[in-house]
Design a protein around this ligand. Structure first.
Ligand code: FE
Ligand code: FE
Ligand code: ZN
Length: 303
C-alpha cells in the first residue's frame, strides 16, 4: 500500500493535533516540525498527547515508523566560524532527537547545512564532524539528510556530496537520506529519467539509505537552483513524472510526503489560504490529474 501524507502543523496538542490534521487529508502518514521551522523555541513533549496519538494511529493503521519529524532549517552544521552557533546547532539537533525518541519517532529529516563563506569541502567536513558528535548511540532516531536544491552555499545538493558525508559518519545505521523531487530537479537531476538517478544512487550510496521522499512539483525548470515548491502537476516536473516516482516499485515502502504550497496565495483575499493535501492525495491515489483541483479545494474549505 502506498504510504502517503503531507507536512502538517504541530500545535497545542502536539503530535495528536498533527495526526488529526493528517487524517483529515486521508493520509496514512505525516511530517511535522516540533515548533516553527524558522526558530528554535521548543516546548517539552507532553506524554499524554503522544500516548493518545499512538492509540489513534493504531486504530487508523498508521505505522509510527513512517511518521517523520523535520528539524528546523535555521540550524547550520556546515559552518563553524561562529563556534557558539555551530555548537548550539549540534546541541539543538541532539535535543530534537531526544524529543523524537519521546514521541517514538524513528526518522528526522535534516537539511545538511550551508558553507557560507568557506569552501564546499570544508562545509561537508564540518557537517560530518557534527553528525559524529550528535550520533553517539544515545537515541534510536535516524537522521535523514535531505537532497538540496543548490541554492546559495547549500551542501548536499548532489549524490557525491551526500555520499561524502555519509561515508564519514560512524553510526551507519543512524544516517540516511530524504529525497526531495523539487530539490532534485532544481539541482539538475531530470525527474523524467528518475531511474537513472536511482542507478547512480545505488552505485554511490545505497537504496536502503533512502528513508523518506518529499513529493513536490517545482515552480522552476531543471537546474534552476531556486527551491520553490509547486502543487502537484502544475509545475515543471509534471504529474506523470511525479506519479512514476511515487509508484516506483524500488521505493514502495518509503513514506512519501507532500510539501506543496497552500492554495489561494494569489487570490484577492490573501487571508484565506487552504491546504491542498486532501485533494493532491486523492489525485495521486487515482493516478489522474484533475485540472480543476484548486477550485475544488476553495469550494471544499469555504463552506
Ligand atoms: Fe526540508
Ligand atoms: Fe523537502
Ligand atoms: Zn524545498
Amino acid at each position: 500500500m502506498l504510504i502517503i501524507g503531507s507536512h502538517v502543523s504541530f500545535g497545542q496538542d502536539q503530535i495528536l493535533g498533527s495526526l488529526k490534521e493528517a487524517l483529515s487529508y486521508n493520509a496514512n502518514t505525516f511530517m511535522f516540525y516540533t515548533g516553527a521551522p524558522t526558530n528554535t523555541l521548543r516546548k517539552a513533549i507532553n506524554p499524554k498527547f503522544t500516548e493518545e496519538a499512538l492509540t489513534l494511529m493504531q486504530e487508523n493503521n498508521i505505522d509510527i515508523n513512517n511518521v517523520i519529524c523535520h528539524a528546523p532549517y535555521i540550524v547550520n552544521l556546515g559552518n563553524k566560524k561562529d563556534l557558539d552557533k555551530y555548537e548550539f546547532s549540534i546541541n539543538f539537533i541532539r535535543e530534537e532527537l531526544k524529543r523524537c525518541d519521546e514521541m517514538h519517532i524513528t526518522k528526522m529529516v535534516l537539511h545538511p547545512g550551508n558553507a557560507v563563506g568557506i569552501s564546499k569541502q570544508e562545509g561537508l567536513d564540518n557537517i560530518a564532524e557534527a553528525l559524529n558528535k550528535i550520533l553517539d548511540g544515545t537515541t534510536k532516531c535516524r537522521i535523514l539528510l535531505e537532497t538540496m536544491a543548490g541554492k546559495g552555499s547549500e551542501c548536499g545538493c548532489n549524490i557525491d556530496e551526500l555520499s561524502f558525508i555519509i561515508n564519514k559518519v560512524n553510526k551507519q545505521d543512524q544516517i540516511g537520506v530524504c529525497l526531495d523531487t523539487c530539490h532534485l530537479s532544481d539541482s539538475g537531476y531530470d525527474m523524467s529519467n528518475f531511474n537513472a538517478y536511482l542507478e547512480e544512487f545505488k552505485t554511490k550510496i545505497d537504496l536502503n539509505k533512502i528513508g523518506c521522499i518529499h513529493i513536490n512539483d517545482s515552480k522552476n525548470p531543471l537546474g534552476s537552483h531556486k527551491d520553490r515548491h509547486e502543487n502537484i502537476g502544475i509545475g515543471c516536473i509534471g504529474f506523470t513524472n511525479l506519479i512514476n516516482i511515487i509508484y516506483n516499485e524500488q521505493l514502495a515502502n518509503i513514506p512519501k510526503i507532500l510539501e506543496t504550497p497552500y492554495i489561494g496565495e494569489n487570490d484577492e483575499d490573501k487571508e484565506r489560504i487552504y491546504p491542498p493535501y486532501r485533494f493532491e492525495i486523492a489525485m495521486i491515489l487515482n493516478k489522474e490529474f484533475d485540472p480543476d483541483f484548486r477550485n475544488k479545494i476553495r469550494t471544499y474549505y469555504k463552506k
